[in-house]
Structures are given as C-alpha cells and as structure tokens.
Design a protein around this ligand. Structure first.
Ligand SMILES: [Fe+2]
Length: 287
C-alpha cells in the first residue's frame, strides 16, 4: 500500500476495511468511501476549500448542546433528513399517516397533560383548539396511544429558545377509548430555523431563506405500531412550497380554521376569535 494516487486510493481504503466483522458497517463504510472519493474527484477542492469544509463541520459540532442540534439542521436543510424519511416510511395506504422531519426542538418526556387541557403555559397568543382521532389501518380507534405534541409560539419561537422556567407548548397526551386526543394551545407562526450558526450562514450565502411554514409537531407511539413522527401544516401558509427543510406533504396540510367568539366545539366559551384544527392520524402495525 504505497504510491497511492487519485486512481487507486479508493480501493486501498476499502481494502483496509475488509476485516470489519460487522457486515452492515462494512457495507456502509465501503459505500461512504466510494461516494466521498467520487465527490472529491468531481469537485476537486483546493486545500483551502477542504480546510474550510473541515472548519464548517467543526463549527457545526461546536454549536451543539443539549438544547441546540446544528447537525440536525444541517441534515434537514440539505434534504438528507427527508430522504432518510422517504426511504424508511414509504406508504401508499391512505389509512396510514405520512411522516416528516422530527426537527431539532423535540424534548423527550414532555409534561403529561390531560384531554382538552391548555398547554399554553406562560405564553400568549391566538387560542387554538387541536383535536382528532388516532386509528389503525382499518380505521378502528386506537386507545392509549401516547401523543407528544410540540410547536412554536405565535412569534415562531419554541420554549427551549426562550428563557422560560418550564416547558410550554409541548406536552404528552394519551388517546381515550375512542382514540381521541384534544388540547388547547396558541396558533403557531411560520418561523426561521436558527440562523446564528454555520447552517444559517450556509443559507444566507447561498440565497436561501430559512423559513418553515407554521406547523404543529406530533409523535405518536403505541405498542405494536410503528412510531409516527409528523407535522400538520397551516393550509394558508406562504412557505408551504419553499420549506427550508423540505418537510411539507399534501396530506399533512390542513386548514387552521378561524372561528368567531362563542361556544367552541369542545364546549368552552370563547370571548375572542380562535382557530380550530381537526386532524386524524392512522398508524401502521409493526411488521
Ligand atoms: Fe417545528
């Protein structure tokens, strides 16, 4: 293994991995080396450009902590997250809901809330009633499904981006025996993904905007079913066709219906206009 050049170094590196006992890992590494080397042969980076690339990745890592995940943003904005999603969750069954990106703002084990509860703790905004049913592929209601929800406030910020003392606009619900979930929140706004890191810089210098259309995130977990990670987008949002993370699918777009003051669908007396979203989710049985 000497005198390596642009023509034979790829094979030499792959050969070095030949002793890897984990066949899946070996396959992945062989493909990574093959494609990474091919990419470099095509682009022919200068050494200066390669140093800048390493520096970009270094800064991306340094931007990460327990509340900020710049690598997820990088994956999202390069379309990689949605590609992985598409490869893993292709469904043509209209009874099974489509998935989309998790995003960087999920916090595991959110506060448990009860059916119909308001989760707008410490935030103000337009009242928003979100409700629906969870069913299986045959349309049968699923009880005891864990439904985690999280969203931005009406200015487009998540609780973890603000100096709040406790969680807000994120909670865990459990479906009732009819498969229903319901909660009050505030209407989320379109928002820019965080732009103060290297990913924001990348968007800026390439002329891309950082906005995501308004959405509510959902993660649904039930024994015997595939976990569903998805979002429901506002139908009239101006960014539906240019989502910075490529996450919009037609089946996930629904009207956040504006209703006048009066009796809300759950019986609550409303003195101000509010919005109402009804969205049913279909889960796929684990195979
Ligand atoms: Fe989001």
């Amino acid at each position: 293994m000497r005198n390596l050049n642009a023509n034979n170094i790829t094979d030499a590196v792959i050969e070095e991995f030949s002793g890897c006992r984990d066949e899946r890992l070996k396959t992945i590494l062989n493909s990574l080396v093959t494609h990474l080397h091919a990419f470099l042969r095509e682009v022919e980076p200068t050494e200066q450009e390669w140093t800048e690339a390493i520096d970009f990745l270094t800064r991306t890592g340094q931007m990460c902590d327990d509340q900020r995940q710049e690598f997820i943003l990088l994956s999202d904005t390069l379309g990689v997250t949605m590609l992985v999603d598409a490869l893993n969750h292709q469904t043509s069954d209209p009874m099974v809901s489509e998935s989309t990106v998790l995003g960087p703002f999920y916090v595991p084990d959110p506060p448990q809330a009860s059916q119909g509860e308001s989760i707008d703790w410490n935030v103000e905004g337009e009242p928003f009633l979100v409700e629906g049913r969870v069913h299986d592929e045959l349309g049968q209601p699923l009880a005891n499904v864990v439904v985690d929800v999280w969203q931005s406030d009406s200015e487009g910020f998540y609780d973890v981006q603000k100096e709040l003392e406790s969680a807000s606009l994120r909670a865990r619900f459990t479906t009732d025996d009819q498969g229903r979930y319901a909660f009050w929140t505030v209407t989320p706004a379109p928002y820019p993904i965080p732009t103060d890191g290297p990913v924001g810089k990348m968007l800026e210098i390439t002329g891309r905007h950082p906005y995501r259309p308004a959405h509510v995130h959902f993660m649904l977990m039930a024994e015997g079913f595939d976990t569903l990670v998805t979002q429901v987008f506002a139908e009239d949002d101006p960014y539906l066709d240019s989502d910075a993370v490529f996450g919009v699918k037609d089946s996930l777009v629904k009207e956040y219906k504006l209703l006048p003051p009066g009796r809300a669908p759950d019986g609550r007396a409303m003195e101000v206009p509010f919005r109402h979203l009804t969205y049913d989710f279909g889960l796929k049985a684990s195979r």
